[in-house]
Design a protein around this ligand. Sequence first.
Ligand code: NAD
Length: 466
Amino acid sequence: MFQTPDPILAAFTAQKARVAERRRNFGLAERRAVLAKLAAAIRDNEAALVAACAADLGRPEAETILIEYLTVLQDIRHARSHLWAWMRPRWVAPTLASFGSTARIEVQPRGVCLVIAPWNLPFALAMGPVISALAAGNAVMLKPSELTPATSALMARLVAETLPADLCTVIEGDKAVAERLLALPFDHIFFTGSPAVGKIVMAAAAKHLTSVTLELGGKSPVIVGEGADLERAADWITFGKFLNAGQVCIAPDHLFVHVSVKDRFLTLLRARIAKAYGSGAASPHLSQIVSEAHAARLAEVLADAVAKGAEPILNAGAKGRAMGPVLVEAITPEMRLDQEEIFGPILPILSYDDLGQVIDRINARDKPLALYVFDRDQGRIDRILGETTSGGVGINLTLVQFSHANLPFGGVNTSGIGAGHGVTGFRAFSHERAVLRNRFLMLPLIFPPYGPRVMRLIGVIKRVLG
Ligand code: NAD
């Protein structure tokens, strides 16, 4: 009897079958055309995207347009205008050992790539890597998150209507589908999600020695120093912490404020939050929590902190998936709030008077994806930059380092391996092939038999190298 073919394997096999053909035919003009088609389809689906994100995340229209729609259109525009420069072979200078040759680096597509995406920016964090993969000349399979079904279905339709499946296809599904995909020998995997699942992805990739880019998460600190413009800091921290209801990988997770400015800063912060979102849980300017389970997790994390002595100084309450901003003081290491990535609209506030202790605390924990500093004192800013590490840093701002197309975006170790965006994303999906060409007949001088001529040449090289 006939067996039903496995659709995942069939899609993968169809993409693999055209790798060599794509190497020949999927050049600059074709890639730019594919990206233009995708941009046109996205423009046609702006309202559908706003509706999908509203269904999945209770998200205000302005937020979806800013962080999903415009972000992806900018990614495409940037890739289309710089692709010729990214794709160009780069000639490199000869070295002593390769005298008589010419050398260049050619940028090749990796082949067939897998993108696994999270739910928090379900469109931008899925389509961003897909755009980089296509710009680099690959075929790509996208597995979006099962927690945002409306946006995942929209991407599946949009991609199916715009691109051939043997170039790009969306495979919807949950963890089980991701596991089946991960069993296949992809040429590169670009995963965005939690550090825990990142480890599973890396272990699966190791079975085929598939290269990986892991965009992970963690607890990103923000430091408000004694020299900060407190009003501006309150503006930026309100925006950065409560955009998408705090469900942003680079949202400030917790805040250190210098004791000398703490009271004034907290007054300004509370006023800024009230101006943005009013006083209740349900604001039309605030996204909702992605699922009942995640809303319950946040409620539990907050209850655990309060039971262990934390003091909420602002709590706008929660109703179903709607959760208002929460500010909490008196945090201790026993609390889940201090241990887990919060990924919601709760901001723990810690005060300090010795910057060295804040730096030691940051360095004692997992390397953060983002670190934010608010201060006008260059000496203190330089000290923080010099003595810590993180995926990226925002000085006197939050979040917008994500949307700078000329900056790499990625973490360090537990917050990520490798990076994406712009040319960095293009390179993540490319193989840099070394091409060395023999021009003159110099290199054969080292061939055996190793007579006096070879030894003389070795002597010359030794003298040059000191
Ligand atoms: P997640 O790790 O739970 O899920 C991400 C993806 O992995 C989903 O598509 C999911 O279906 C899939 N998945 C889940 N379990 C799997 C398994 N066992 N094997 C294979 N695939 C599996 O992450 P999430 O909850 O969707 O997103 C939140 C996390 O992502 C946070 O930690 C956040 O910081 C991080 N994040 C990082 C970035 C970044 O760019 N660095 C961006 C957004 C989110």
